[in-house]
Design a protein around this ligand. Structure first.
Ligand code: HAM
Length: 451
């Protein structure tokens, strides 16, 4: 910024001095007291999907823009309106809006099909979509997703859908519903598209402007429009189930029979079309009434995309997958904040006591316990206040005299008890202490940080 000083001299002030320091709209910091909830959710996701044989894939958050045009699709809203693009010396790059195209790129590039007939990958990480932020809809958000390659279904579809239902209910979400539909193969969709255009064209002046624009490029999206005009016009629209080929129908019926056998509840929703261009046959979303996730009730969405890998130049490989929105699940669970107190707090007085405490704290940490040591040389009163404020269960107080005698004072801050014991017994005393009545867990069961 250019300013003129009182003496009339021109000076250039770095703009950062005037900048308001804040995160980009729709992109949120995850503070330490919030990240525990993310870790817990991610861990439960990993634990469950690994029992089905999914293994973690990590890919860069930046990809070539063309990858998303070719896979997510030119007619999808994500590509048309929501890409964060980066231009760098002749390269057209983009922040990934979803994980499926990157995983497909890795699968093709590494010729994975030649090594394994069936491949199961999962990923967890940030995604970016330039949307208008609102509750449950952000410009940077996190997804945990799975992709399964080489299994044309329908058993693979049923297992995956059953897995996501279990995931949602195990996470503690209430009133979990699976919405299910089939989009048929390319032949059925070609026929269906024709029938939809024939149906909507005479009604086009009753449609929203957005739907009118979709009529020629992607008329299926009119069916899931939230605009009441489009919803009314869609009421008598042809259904895709009527256009299925025999093979599509056999796949669909096989899926329903397998879900019935697994007792996975589902609701068939012929209006469910999903917003990305690559889906074929099975598509699904998981919704919940838990918590308040704003108008976004889908916490997870996915489907089959049997044509994508070949269209990217890879081998013709059937594929199916899903992604769960981590922020939406946390909002639904009401678990955005989940800080945990340290288990043991050391309050040493004087240098000999501090050095002895250092050693004991290291021993306790080696047992996996979360230990906080106040080595700032503060008064006992202020250290005890800090231990209390942090919610520690134990406080180890050691003065010069205890340090000399090889003892320590162990305070149970929850039970309001205290005793003096030899330092050599301290670690054992803490590790084998009975559960506190407030947490119900013993130190041996918890590190002070839940898994
Ligand atoms: P999607 O439906 O676009 O599918 O996103 C999946 C989930 O990510 C949504 O159900 C939602 O929970 C979350 N999500 C999407 N956009 C946002 C946002 N702006 N803010 C917060 N959460 C959001 C996909 O991304 C596909 N890649 C899923 C898939 C994998 N299909 C096959 N394999």
């Amino acid at each position: 910024m250019l300013t003129i000083s009182p003496t009339g001299l021109w000076t250039i002030t770095p703009p950062s001095l005037f900048m308001k320091l804040r995160a980009v709209t729709g992109m949120n910091d995850i503070l330490p007291e919030e990240s525990r909830a993310y870790q817990r959710l991610e861990q439960r996701f990993r634990t469950l999907v690994e029992t089905y044989g999914f293994r973690e894939l990590r890919t860069p958050i930046v990809e070539e823009l063309g990858l998303f045009h070719k896979s997510t699709g030119e007619t999808s809203e994500v590509v048309q309106k929501q890409m964060f693009m980066l231009a760098k010396e002749g390269e057209s790059l983009a922040l990934r809006p979803e994980g499926t195209p990157s995983a497909a790129r890795v699968y093709i590039g590494n010729k994975v099909h030649a090594r394994e007939p069936v491949t199961k990958w999962y990923y967890i990480g940030p995604m970016f979509r330039a949307e208008r932020p609102q509750r449950g809809r952000y410009r940077q958000f996190h997804q945990a997703g799975c992709e399964l390659y080489g299994d044309a279904g329908p058993i693979g579809d049923a297992e995956l859908i059953d897995m996501v239902y279990r995931l949602a209910t195990d996470l503690g979400l209430r009133d979990v519903g699976v919405r299910l539909n089939t989009l048929g193969g390319s032949e059925a969709r070609f026929e269906y598209r024709k029938r939809l255009i024939a149906y909507f064209t005479p009604l086009s002046d009753q449609l929203s402007e957005h739907a009118q624009a979709r009529l020629s490029d992607n008329p299926l999206r009119i069916l899931d429009s939230k605009d009441p005009r489009d919803q009314q016009a869609s009421e008598g629209a042809p259904v895709l189930l009527d256009c299925l080929t025999d093979a599509d129908r056999a796949h669909w019926q096989g899926l329903l029979a397998a879900l019935d056998r697994l007792k996975t509840p589902y609701e068939i929703d012929p209006r469910l079309v999903r917003g990305l261009d690559y889906y074929t046959r099975t598509c699904f979303e998981v919704v919940t009434q838990s918590g308040n996730i704003g108008s976004q009730t889908a916490i997870l969405g996915g489907g089959r995309y049997d044509d994508m890998l070949a269209s990217l130049g890879g081998p013709a490989t059937p594929a199916i997958g899903f992604a769960m929105g981590i922020e939406r699940v946390l909002l639904a669970l009401g678990e955005h904040k989940a800080s945990e107190p340290p288990l043991v707090f050391f309050a040493p007085l004087g240098s000999a006591a501090t050095l002895a405490s250092l050693e004991l704290a290291a021993e306790l940490r080696a047992q996996g316990l979360w230990v906080e040591l106040d080595g700032r040389g503060n008064s006992l009163k202020s250290m005890l206040r800090r231990a209390d404020g942090m919610g520690a269960r134990f406080c180890v107080v050691m003065g010069e005299q205890e340090a000399e005698q090889g003892t320590a004072q162990l305070k149970d801050l929850i039970a309001h008890e205290q005793r003096v014991l030899p330092q050599s017994e301290l670690v054992h005393a803490i590790v084998s202490a009975p559960p506190s009545t407030s947490t119900g867990t013993s130190p041996a069961q918890t590190s002070g940080r839940p898994a």
